[in-house]
Design a protein around this ligand. Structure first.
Ligand code: UDP
Length: 329
C-alpha cells in the first residue's frame, strides 16, 4: 500500500480547519492537528478523533511541537485569533498568535523542509477598497489589529518563500460561512450572531440599513481552494477566494427569515466586500460551487450547533462594541 502523506493543520479544531481535516481524511492523508483550543473546539473533531493526531500546543511559543513537522509533506497554517473587538482591546495577544505564531510555524517548516505551505489570509487586508470586485493587487489598508496581524503573517509567508524557498501560497478568504462557524462568546461574524438570534426568536440585529453587501463564501468552497493550493506547484502567489457574488444583509435576512432591528453602522467597515476571483480560477482551476441560497439551507439544517451560543441584543452589542466606535470612529 502507498504510504500516506503526512499533513499538518494548525487551527484544525476551528471552523475552517475542522472542515479541511474532514476533506484530508476523505483523501487519505495522515493528519496532525495543532491547536491550543482557545477558540477551536474539541467538538469539531469529535467524529474523527480516532483517525487523526491532535496536539494541544501554543504556536506562539517554541517548544517540542516542531518535531511533528519532521517528515511532513504539507502545512496548512490556519491557527489565528479572529474577530475585531478583542483585537482592538488586546493587540498583543493578536500579535503573538497571528505574527509570532506564523513566524514559528514557518521556521519549523523551513527546518523540516516542508514541500507545501498554505496560509489562510484575510480579505480584511483591503480595508475599505477603492474598486469592486477587488483584485489581489489592490492597495493594502488594514483598519484594525486583526486585519494588520493577518497581513503581517502573510508578509512573513511570502518572505520565507522567497528567501528560504518554502513553496507557499496565501489564500485571502472573503466572509467565510458554514456549519461550525460559531464563535466562542465574543461578538463576531454575522452568521453566528444571526443564527443564535434565530433560535431564540429574537430580531436580527442589522447594521446600518442592511443594504451593505458581503461576498459570503461557503466553507467547503474554501476547503476546495486549500486542497487545490496543496496540489498545485505554483508558489509565491496570493489568491482571493470568494463566491463570485456579493449579497446584501437584507437579502441574508430574507433567506434566514425573521424580524429585523437596526443598529448603528460601524466605523472602518466597507459597504461591500467582493472578491475578484479571476486569478484563482485561471491559475488554480478553482471555482466556487455553493450558492448563498444552498449554503444557508445547509446551515439551517445544522442550526442546533448554535443552540448554546450567546444571543446578542442591540444593547449588548452597543456595550461590546464601544471600544470599536471609540478607537476607529
Ligand atoms: N452585520 C449585521 N449585524 C450584525 C453583525 C454584522 O448586519 O450583528 C453585517 C455587517 O454590517 C457586515 C456583514 O454583516 O455588513 C458581515 O459582518 P461580519 O462582521 O461578519 O464581517 P465583516 O464586516 O468583517 O465583513
Amino acid at each position: 500500500m502507498k504510504k500516506k502523506l503526512k499533513v499538518i493543520v494548525t487551527g484544525g479544531a476551528g471552523f475552517i480547519g475542522s472542515h479541511l481535516v474532514d476533506k484530508l481524511l476523505e483523501n487519505n492523508y495522515d493528519v496532525i492537528v495543532l491547536d491550543n483550543f482557545s477558540t477551536g473546539r474539541k467538538e469539531n473533531l469529535k467524529h474523527i478523533k480516532n483517525k487523526i493526531t491532535i496536539i494541544e500546543c501554543d504556536l506562539s511559543k517554541t517548544n517540542n511541537w516542531s518535531k511533528y513537522f519532521n517528515g511532513t509533506y504539507a502545512v496548512f497554517h490556519l491557527a489565528a485569533l479572529a474577530d475585531i473587538v478583542p483585537s482592538i482591546t488586546d493587540p498583543e495577544n493578536y500579535f503573538k498568535s497571528n505574527v509570532t505564531g506564523t513566524y514559528n510555524v514557518l521556521e519549523a517548516s523551513h527546518k523540516y523542509k516542508i514541500k507545501r505551505f498554505i496560509y489562510s489570509a484575510s480579505s480584511s487586508c483591503y480595508g475599505i477598497p477603492d474598486d469592486y470586485p477587488t483584485k489581489e493587487n489592490a492597495e493594502i489598508k488594514p483598519e484594525y489589529p486583526y486585519a494588520l496581524t493577518k497581513k503581517m503573517g502573510e508578509d512573513l509567508v511570502m518572505h520565507w518563500e522567497k528567501v528560504y524557498k518554502i513553496p507557499s501560497i496565501s489564500l485571502r478568504f472573503f466572509n467565510v460561512y458554514g456549519t461550525r462557524s460559531r464563535t466562542s462568546g465574543t461578538y463576531g461574524a454575522v452568521f453566528g450572531v444571526f443564527l443564535a438570534q434565530k433560535i431564540a426568536q429574537k430580531p436580527f440585529t442589522v447594521v446600518g440599513n442592511g443594504s451593505q453587501t458581503r461576498d459570503f463564501t461557503y466553507v467547503t468552497d474554501i476547503v476546495d481552494a486549500l486542497m487545490s493550493s496543496m496540489s498545485s506547484n505554483i508558489s509565491g502567489e496570493i489568491f482571493n477566494v470568494g463566491s463570485g457574488k456579493t449579497i446584501s444583509i437584507n437579502y441574508l435576512v430574507e433567506l434566514l427569515k425573521g424580524e429585523k432591528v437596526f443598529i448603528p453602522k460601524r466605523p472602518g467597515e466597507p459597504e461591500t466586500t467582493f472578491a475578484d476571483i479571476d486569478k484563482i480560477k485561471n491559475k488554480l482551476n478553482w471555482s466556487p460551487n455553493i450558492s448563498i441560497e444552498d449554503g444557508v439551507k445547509k446551515i439551517i439544517t445544522n442550526i442546533d450547533y448554535w443552540k448554546d451560543a450567546p444571543v446578542w441584543t442591540p444593547e449588548k452589542i452597543d456595550k461590546a462594541t464601544k471600544v470599536w466606535f471609540e478607537k476607529l470612529g
